[in-house]
Write a protein that binds this ligand. Structure first.
Ligand code: CMP
Length: 139
């Protein structure tokens, strides 16, 4: 079934000029980038986005990292897009990521892991709505 999921190309990747290289992996996997915007995330945006992790010891560092440089927020569309993108990203910790995945190819460590992808369709809807309106998404 055609689905949409939400993606972020994180500061560690934009700083190293990897937006195009990551997009090539995304498109190579058959996912379509149907909305994309480069932004500087505000502290409020990052805190809200990662609200579910607010109690974790790394929350402060996570918010700091995500606001440290520009990010590229994206909507990806395709067959089974949510699960497919999680496969394409690889494990959260790049040391555990499979060969050929974005995190294996580009991530530095668990906190600077180059990309974010939604972990459920429900969260994908919520995350997309935080950064895009329907009119921004051209499928
Ligand atoms: P992401 O998919 O964006 O969702 C939450 C993020 O928290 C995750 O990717 C990691 O970048 C980050 N994260 C998870 N575990 C740790 C950790 N132990 N230390 C620092 N950051 C972490």
């Amino acid at each position: 079934m055609t689905e949409r999921t939400f993606s972020i190309i994180k500061p560690d990747a934009t700083k190293r000029n990897l937006t195009g290289a990551i997009n090539a992996v995304i498109e190579g996997a058959g996912l379509r980038i149907v909305a994309q915007r480069r932004i500087r995330m505000t502290e409020d945006q990052a805190k809200k986005f990662y609200e579910v992790h607010a109690a974790r010891p790394f929350y402060g560092e996570l918010v700091e990292t995500m606001t440290s440089a520009p990010v590229v927020v994206q909507v990806l569309e395709g067959d089974n897009a949510m699960a497919k993108y999680r496969e394409v990203m690889g494990a959260t910790n790049p040391e555990q990521a499979a060969e050929g995945t974005i995190r294996k190819l580009f991530a530095l460590n668990v906190g600077e892991n180059s990309v974010h992808g939604s972990d459920s369709l429900e969260n994908a809807k919520i995350e997309i709505a935080q950064f895009f309106t329907d009119a921004d998404i051209v499928g």
